[in-house]
Ligand binder design. Structure first.
Ligand SMILES: N[C@@H](CCC(=O)N[C@@H](CS)C(=O)NCC(=O)O)C(=O)O
Length: 235
């Protein structure tokens, strides 16, 4: 592009794993983007919802806009990754050429999108944000998070990458969620060593480091560790 404006706008949030998954892939493909963080937009929630749902009817982060394709808008992080590799990975750096290999990448990505991400997301919810203290619901989602981690651990004990001999968008798609494993009391290094070494290999890549700029890691207290809840229980 001739101008200084980056090719893409990425609507994101400083703590959003789904959006950093996209930022990681943009960075790995050498594609320029301008992140727009929800928090930096000083407008009311109602106004925000209006302009944001005009972009994404589901109202969630991330949303990607491609300014070189008539401002084409894509939402849902997995759909965004597939869009990016379809148009901008001619060398098959992150997505194989062979359709059968593609199908293997797709199946791991679908497990991420329908299993790993939503499950950890629900564990966060019942651990930190729900309006009732329900440790059993939290445990249910942490157990399921660990079940999926066990699937990956068994698979990665025998191989370095999820599909074939190199990293693909399937591998990258899991990374940003597992960066928050500490929030659901999972110690990857201790409990899932093969997953941990795969995770650390990706995390150390300069492109992943660059794609993580702007991310904020948080550590609030669990609902049942908060003083007001403890006081209520004691009285
Ligand atoms: N399945 C979606 C998940 C999107 C999602 O849950 N985004 C969260 C942040 S990571 C969000 O926008 N939360 C704000 C809200 O729920 O209002 C994807 O992969 O893009």
């Amino acid at each position: 592009m001739g101008s200084s404006k980056p090719q893409f706008t990425l609507h994101t949030h400083v703590t959003c794993p789904a959006a950093f998954k996209v930022a990681h892939v943009l960075s790995l493909l050498g594609l320029g983007y301008e992140p727009i963080y929800f928090d930096s937009v000083r407008i009311t929630r109602e106004e925000k919802l209006k302009w944001f749902t005009a972009l994404n009817p589901n109202g969630r982060s991330p949303v990607l806009i491609d300014h070189t394709q008539n401002d084409h808008v894509v939402w849902e992080s997995t759909a965004i990754l597939l869009y990016l590799v379809t148009l901008y990975d001619a060398e098959h750096k992150l997505y194989p050429k062979d359709v059968f290999e593609q199908s293997k990448v797709n199946q791991w990505m679908m497990l991420q999108a329908s299993g790993q991400g939503p499950t950890i997301g629900q564990a966060f919810w019942f651990g930190y944000w729900h309006d009732e203290v329900l440790p059993s619901a939290y445990k249910r989602y942490v157990d399921e998070t660990k079940r999926i981690l066990n699937v990956l651990e068994t698979w990665l004990k025998e191989r370095k990458w999820l599909v074939g001999e190199k990293m693909s968008i399937a591998d990258v798609s899991y990374l940003s969620w597992y960066e928050e494993a500490y929030l659901v009391d999972v110690d990857l290094a201790k409990e899932f060593p093969a997953v941990n070494s795969w995770f650390e290999t990706m995390k150390a890549l300069p492109e992943i480091v660059a794609g993580s700029v702007g991310r904020e890691m948080i550590k609030p207290k669990k609902l049942w560790e908060r003083d007001d809840y403890k006081q209520d229980q004691a009285s």
